[in-house]
Design a protein around this ligand. Sequence first.
Ligand code: FAD
Length: 426
Amino acid sequence: MAPAKVVIVGAGFAGIGCARELAKHPHHAEVTLVDAHDYHQFLPLLYQVATFQLAGTDVSMDLDELFRRHDNVTFRLATATSVDPTTKTVTLDDGTTLEADHLVLAAGSQANFFGTPGAEHTFPLYSLDDARRLRTRVIEAFEEGERDPSAIETGGLTFVVVGAGATGTEIAGALADLIRDVMPSRFHDEQLARARVVIVDAGTAVLGPFSPKAHEYASKVLTERGVEIKLGTKVSDITADRVVLSDGDTIDTRCVIWGGGLEAAPLAAASGLTQGRGGRIDVGTDLTVNGFPGVFVIGDLANIPADDGRPFPQLGSVALQAGQWTAKNIVADVDGKEMEPFAYHDKGIMAMIGHNAAIAEMGEHRHELHGAVGYAAWLGVHAYLMSGVHQRTDAFVDWAWDEFNKRRVLDTTDEARLHWEGDDDA
Ligand SMILES: Cc1cc2nc3c(=O)[nH]c(=O)nc-3n(C[C@H](O)[C@H](O)[C@H](O)COP(=O)(O)OP(=O)(O)OC[C@H]3O[C@@H](n4cnc5c(N)ncnc54)[C@H](O)[C@@H]3O)c2cc1C
């Protein structure tokens, strides 16, 4: 039996989860993994890159290197421009067409600006490039404020975060910690005292998908750390130097961070498949598209039905497990066996609010942990996620240990990890 040709588009949690599992089955699958980048990016830690806690290299992994020892997986650096689900073919930006027996679409998400005017002035946080761009803007803002303190009056050190979900909360908390704990090693107190972090959200709670107790805890921690929270308010317009809010208020700022929502990556539309909620493609419980046997859509690109019929949330753990499950279904299909419905092992939801303050709602029953215990749970789940896509988790574990134990010192070189007081090389 010749191995089946499998093409996977996207090397995020879902695509890597699938490719790593199929790498164990060289007699069943010959895999081509396509991604627009030559590295996997670990999105949950982007805010640490943006706030000088981790280097970009700590949260990315070279894809050639990852599959070097697996002869049945070939990595191809290219952007998929269109997909024909009927013939199971993918066209790449270099004009080549790849044919597959099993096609796996795992191209993830992009920021959804919901038509807000001025989106081009924002700093989204959905890729490593985004995180580096934001990091540059943050340090520039402080340097400008030092050169010309009058710039602070016109919002030079005001950071507006749109969205009080996990992304918005994590970046707002990390910025507040940066201003409070790290920047004093380099900038004057009078300047830092005038820096502002403001979260704006149309909803009624910080960390909406969490429990009411978690909303309260997150709001309390952020407020204590100086973050201003404006709920029930939309950002209705963004310019280069201010945001206009739905209540008519304006905030002068030159740094608007967008954590306001997600939609499917453009490949969903380019596949011609019917798009559902969030522009994502609806799939069946076996993760294939109804009417297109052998076409799997997984991770953030898909609406994957849970037992209650509602789609699973866009989470790394859902994407990783769906990728691994898809690989098992492909192997079963090649063996002429029935494919199994996706069974998700729910590890819970969690968010880091700042130094030593995290919330974890563990498992299906959402057992709630706050503070240092929440932090330990957050660490465990992120180490699990990272080991699913990377081979090395040491930089992350070192970071987490230091985060808990030491005081940070600012290091703004691009690739150097944050230094910690007490490190030999700090
Ligand atoms: C800032 C942030 C923080 C997060 N924090 C957490 C968290 O703490 N815990 C958690 O569980 N989840 C978290 N998530 C969600 C989680 O990261 C996503 O659910 C997960 O990354 C989805 O995996 P995926 O494989 O579907 O897509 P992605 O990880 O987005 O990967 C998609 C891949 O497809 C590639 N691609 C896209 N289009 C094309 C194309 N046309 N051709 C070729 N390649 C293409 C991209 O380059 C990318 O490598 C976070 C997300 C963000 C943005």
